[in-house]
Design a protein. Structure first.
Length: 156
């Protein structure tokens, strides 16, 4: 039984593009401040992290541009699908991230959203942007590995 199975974790959405566009230096878990209909919508799996990014404003970590589709039965309680949402982390961690982002040119990118028990959590990555040649090199390595796996599979 793996660690994730013990903790009852269900991944709702992943930001696959983030791993293509950035080098992920560090990953952290953060809670997210949501209203009730947003949680119900997330449980249905109707969210998109494609254009999402995090920023630090007034000492708070804010998740911007994450799209949570309105809940079908939510009527007047539905909120704006792209509204900024506050991420919950310790103040010390937020200030450490703020220093990295300001000085070293890092970005804060949400990597995945998952349910941990009954709570909604966001995995935030401290990332550095890849150059075009880095992306090409990663694609070449991936293709070479795929060819080696294919050759090994044919042999045995």
């Amino acid at each position: 039984m793996s660690n994730l199975e013990k903790q009852n974790v269900k991944i709702v959405a992943r930001n696959r593009e983030a791993y293509h566009e950035y080098f992920v230096e560090e990953e952290m878990e953060a809670g997210i401040e949501l209203c009730g209909t947003e949680v119900k919508s997330i449980r249905q799996g109707t969210l998109n992290l494609k254009d999402a990014w995090c920023g630090i404003k007034d000492g708070q970590l804010i998740l911007n541009q994450m799209h949570i589709s309105p809940y079908d039965h939510g009527n007047i309680f539905n909120r704006d699908p792209r509204r900024p949402r506050r991420l919950l982390m310790h103040k010390r961690e937020i200030m450490r991230l703020f220093g990295k982002v300001k000085q070293d040119g890092y970005s804060l990118i949400p990597l995945s959203v998952y349910l941990k028990g009954s709570l909604v959590k966001v995995k935030v990555g401290l990332c550095k942007g890849k150059k075009l040649y880095d992306k090409r090199q990663a694609a070449a390595e991936r293709d070479a590995k795929r060819q080696m796996d294919r050759a090994m599979k044919e042999r045995y």
